[in-house]
Design a protein around this ligand. Structure first.
Ligand code: FES
Length: 105
């Protein structure tokens, strides 16, 4: 399955993966710049902030409670902002596309 990450400057990183896992893990496993995952996926660091494209927002589901609290403290929280470590990606979600916020480069 592919996941596309678009940096704020428009640089596109398309990742091919066959693992089920969090979107943060997929990004860090494939060295996508701008997604650090400093807290290891605990929804505690905010370094895995992504903005899900409208067409995928429904598929990835709602924020978790802790994620919501973290995002409320973020300077750049948009309607479709998510912490990538809280987004479960299955290999069936082919074509998922997210953007990275400006502060995360
Ligand atoms: Fe820390 Fe997602 S990895 S909030």
């Amino acid at each position: 399955a592919t996941v596309t990450f678009v940096e704020h400057d428009g640089t596109v990183h398309q990742v091919d993966h066959d693992e089920d896992g969090s979107l943060m893990e997929i990004a860090t496993n494939h060295a996508v710049p701008g997604i650090e995952g400093d807290c290891g996926g605990e929804a505690a660091c905010g370094t895995c902030h992504v903005i899900v494209t409208d067409e995928w927002a429904g598929t990835v589901g709602p924020r978790t409670g802790r994620e919501q609290q973290m995002l409320e403290m973020s300077p750049e929280c948009e309607a479709n902002s998510r912490l990538a470590c809280q987004v479960a990606v299955s290999s069936a979600m082919d074509g998922l596309k997210v953007r990275l916020p400006e502060f995360q480069m």
